[in-house]
Design a binder for this molecule. Structure first.
Ligand SMILES: Cc1ncc(COP(=O)(O)O)c(C=O)c1O
Length: 446
């Protein structure tokens, strides 16, 4: 077996058994990147080397790592109630958390359905949309509209409405009756924009073309990420989301915002919907709800959607959907503590305040070798690098490896794009450190 860094705490001695997700397994196992513990802005390798977290884990540890109040809440909950049946029974923290999340949501999105991940949240939202139309007697509304380059997790629903080719092409025919809006990115017109680009609102009008093609009476919902994250940080063009909302309203189509990344402060607000003043019908969330500590996801639904289900005999289940671990007690405890911490430290406002500093620092990379574009929004940045000839993705992959081993920095890459999304507790000094390190890495992979 390949050697790993000398251990100060127990490390696995067989790297073979674990099939690592979304990772080139053989390359990883030849030169592993292992993280043994974490605190605040840093990871620590098994040998104790500190590594700065430039990505809040996978866009999730918004409050920073291993924060004491969240750790304490999880510990206390584990000692008090490990599990209560999620169907036909519940526990107090599930209700408390739903109320707290609803209070953060815009408009009348005041009911919360819990699950365990972003992928489940997306599946839940798509099923809710279909069932909602069905129970209202509009059962012909079965089509789901996603967007090219969209990422909505890895369930069959999510990859069907998603628009990332590699996530789709191996997995058969997917859901039928799905169509896609065009992606909102055009480098020629948008390169090196801080925040929302001026160009591109009209791309929402493509929904009218799709409606004309299929007829509104066949379309259940449109799902988009307010900011397409996983494809490499594509901020919405100014006015784009407003236009989508207007077209959906015109045709009775539900609008779903997938806020798995943008929820809980990433863009300086509880939800991106608030940043844009656009109220969708359903919002999916996950990740930041527990600051990444315990798996949890969920869907916020407008009052009218919930109410539409609350008919028929009162002893009959209104929605045949749910997960064993919906509103798991540990996740609820972690989420309540995370929400308390966000509020106590005003972390969403902090992200907003840091946004211009972050954007300036990111744009400082302009002019470095192979940098084709830089996009920023909230506390996120996408940096496109020119691909190596005949080896798409290799330059950014090398950058990630370099960053971890040589610069003590975790970055995320997708294709040849570097994505940065630090915990919201990042300091100005650490922002400087992140981009200095990224600059060194970009030079090293030139
Ligand atoms: C917008 C969006 N939706 C859904 C998901 C899937 O979340 P999970 O990996 O928790 O299933 C992600 C994950 O990155 C995401 O960014």
């Amino acid at each position: 077996m390949p050697s790993v860094e000398s251990a100060t705490i127990a490390i696995p001695n067989d790297l073979e058994s674990y099939w690592i997700p979304f990772t080139p397994n053989r390359a990883f196992k030849a030169a592993p990147r292992l993280i043994a513990r974490a605190k605040d802005m840093h990871y620590y390798t098994p040998a104790g080397r500190a590594v700065l977290d430039g990505t809040a884990g996978l866009w999730c540890t918004n409050a920073g790592h291993n924060r004491d109040p969240i750790v304490a809440a999880i510990r206390a909950q584990a000692a008090e109630l490990d599990y209560a049946p999620a169907f036909q029974f519940s526990h107090p923290k599930a209700f408390e958390l739903a109320s707290r999340v609803a209070a953060l949501a815009p408009g009348d999105l005041d009911h919360v359905f819990f699950c365990n991940s972003g992928s489940e949240a997306v599946d839940t939202a798509l099923k809710l949309a279909l069932a909602y139309h069905n129970i209202r007697g509009a059962g012909s509304r079965t089509r789901l509209i996603g967007r090219e380059r969209g990422y909505h997790g890895v369930g069959f629903g999510g990859i069907s409405v998603g628009g990332i080719v590699n996530n789709r092409k191996y997995f058969g025919a997917l859901l039928n009756g799905v169509d896609h809006l065009p992606a909102t990115y055009d480098r020629e017109r948008q390169a090196f924009t801080k925040g929302e680009p001026d160009w591109g609102a009209h791309l929402a009008d493509d929904l009218e073309r799709i409606v004309a093609l299929h007829d509104a009476s066949t379309i259940a919902a449109v799902i988009v990420e307010p900011m397409a994250g996983s494809t490499g940080v594509l901020p919405p063009p100014k006015g784009y989301l407003e236009r989508l909302r207007a077209i959906c309203d015109r045709h009775g189509i539900l609008l779903i915002f997938d806020e798995v990344i943008t929820g809980f402060g990433r863009l300086g607000h509880a939800f991106a919907a608030e940043r844009y003043g656009v109220t969708p019908d359903l919002i999916t969330f996950a990740k930041g709800i527990t600051s990444g500590t315990v798996p949890m996801g969920g869907v916020l639904a407008r009052k009218g959607i919930y109410d539409a289900f609350m008919r028929g005999p009162e002893h009959v289940i209104e929605l045949f959907h749910g997960y064993t671990y919906s509103a798991h007690p540990l996740a609820c405890a972690a989420a309540l503590a995370a929400l308390d911490l966000y509020r106590a430290e005003d972390l969403f406002a902090r992200a907003k305040k840091l946004e211009p500093i972050w954007a300036d620092a990111a744009m400082g990379l302009k002019g470095l070798p192979n940098v084709l574009d830089i996009r920023t929004l909230g506390l996120t940045a996408g940096i496109d690098l020119a691909s190596r000839p005949d080896a798409v993705g290799r330059r950014a992959y090398d950058a990630m490896v370099q960053a971890f081993h040589e610069q003590d920095l975790v970055i995320r890459v997708t294709g040849d794009t570097i994505a940065l999304t630090p915990p919201l507790i990042v300091s100005e000094r650490e922002i400087g450190e992140i981009f200095e390190k990224v600059a060194r890495v970009i030079r090293a992979v030139a």
